[in-house]
Write a protein that binds this ligand. Structure first.
Ligand code: MV4
Length: 431
């Protein structure tokens, strides 16, 4: 909506009854209540969203990064209702949403994938044969999953049959699709993803990487660009692979290609997210590009030819969540009695919060993205620590004190860590 205001485009915000007081409702030129807090009654209710678009004469819908952002049926309904879905075509969402299909699609285009099964696993025999060929440990992944949901690591042959049955059952329960595939388990990787942007005329480009290695139970906590583990040469190779993956499906819009990076510097395609992501601001800061503006222009049919980007400096994002890091990151909803956000040179805060706002218990606990930009990684860390000190939240617990401690560790400062970082970093015991 901030981008739209700059472009002279008026906006409509939709909200559930739990979000009446959210800032996006006040920021929008018009707001429409679409129902009760449960997703199925509001944010996941396609007919209600289409109705809100129709009564306000909306030309397009930006799906954000949650709920229906990667829902192919929704993209299709928008299209058949004469409303531009700001994102890729339904077919592209479908292809990348099925993780096994995505894997098969990119492998055909010569994008490196982790050694694994040829297609979905149909029986134990096939699973045993595959695991024997690639060697243990292996990981079983649901094809309808993504983001780590429902994955199972198997370290030895005698565990495989049971793990396969459990994984298939869980996949059926969680996604209504029991399909699973097997990959070699890459131990202690880094999560490095490439931002891509493609127009409707066949032009595809990348805007470098984001390192999202600092995660807890598949929830990202810190993201940065450039990655401390990626040099110019590797960036070029990963960037090319990401562009190839996107071009393989004639992709349109902003997207993210996720890779695992192992300790030898080998990278492997994981999945492609067909939406703008939470952590996109670090790319915006380093590349001086408003990615949402690019999404809107590309959706309107403009080309990206001639766009050259000149990355500069280092950007870091800390996710400020309404959670208590001292108690297993349990949700901490409630009133923001004080909400003083940091500012100054090189500091950006994206938030729907304000003093007196009550964080509802219904949704994701993210309340602010704190993003800094500086010339070097060292300066960015210093700037982030300064900004975290300025950020005052009273009334609820947040991840602010956790970030302060984490950024001071020698391991984080060194830039040499992997996805196991938070398994050994113990916030409760730290001074
Ligand atoms: C893996 C893996 C190791 N080997 N695949 C987790 C999220 C999803 N996108 C893929 N994930 C993983 N896939 C193979 N073949 C390890 C993970 C993984 C992980 C990846 C990125 C960041 C944090 C992670 C934490 C646990 C497991």
């Amino acid at each position: 909506m901030q981008t739209c205001r700059e472009l002279g485009i008026s906006t409509v915000g939709v909200y559930s009854t739990a979000d009446r007081d959210s800032l996006h409702v006040r920021y929008a030129d018009e707001a429409v209540c679409i129902g009760a807090p449960l997703g199925k009654d509001s944010y996941l209710n396609i007919p209600r969203i289409i109705a809100a678009a129709e009564i306000t004469n909306a030309d397009a819908i930006h799906p954000g990064y949650g709920f229906l952002a990667e829902n192919a049926d929704f993209a299709e309904v928008c299209s058949s209702s004469g409303i531009k879905f700001i994102g890729p075509q339904a077919e592209m969402i479908r292809k990348m949403g099925d993780k096994n299909t995505a894997r098969e699609t990119v492998v055909t285009a010569d994008v490196p994938v982790v050694p694994g099964s040829k297609g979905l696993i149909s029986d134990v025999k096939e699973a045993e044969q595959t695991a024997k060929e690639i060697g243990y440990p292996v990981i079983i992944k649901p094809t309808a999953g993504g983001g780590g949901k429902g994955m199972r690591v198997v370290t030895e042959a005698r565990e495989l049959a049971k793990a396969l049955a459990t994984a298939q059952n869980e996949a059926q329960q969680a996604f209504g699709n029991s399909g699973v595939y097997i990959e070699k388990f890459i131990e202690n990787p880094r999560h490095v993803e490439i931002q891509v942007l493609a127009d409707q005329h066949g032009n595809t480009m990348h805007l470098g990487e984001r390192d999202c290695t600092i995660q807890r139970r598949h929830q990202k906590l810190i993201e940065e660009t450039p990655s401390p583990a990626v040099d110019e040469e590797l960036r070029a190779r990963m960037g090319n692979a990401a562009v190839t993956a996107a071009a393989a499906i004639n992709y349109e819009g902003a997207g993210t290609v996720e890779f695992l990076l192992d300790k030898h510097g080998n990278f492997y395609f994981m999945e492609m997210n067909t939406r703008i992501q939470v952590e996109h601001p670090v790319t915006e800061e380093r590349y001086s590009v408003d990615l949402v503006k690019e999404q809107i222009l590309v959706a309107a049919g403009e080309t990206i030819t001639g766009q050259t980007v000149s990355p500069k400096g280092h950007a870091i994002e800390c996710r400020i969540n309404a959670e208590d890091p001292k108690h297993g990151f349990r949700p901490s909803p409630g009133e923001l009695q004080v909400f003083h956000t940091p500012g100054g040179y090189g500091v950006r805060v994206d938030s729907h919060g304000y003093a007196s706002y009550k964080v509802p218990p219904n949704y994701d606990s993210l309340i602010a993205k704190l993003v800094v930009h500086a010339d070097t990684r060292e300066e960015a860390i210093e700037r982030m620590l300064r900004a975290l000190d300025e950020f005052i939240v009273v009334g609820i617990k947040t991840t602010i004190p956790f970030h302060k401690q984490l950024l001071l560790t020698e391991k984080f400062k060194s830039g040499i860590f992997d996805t196991g970082f938070l398994d050994t970093f113990n916030y409760e015991e730290a001074p």
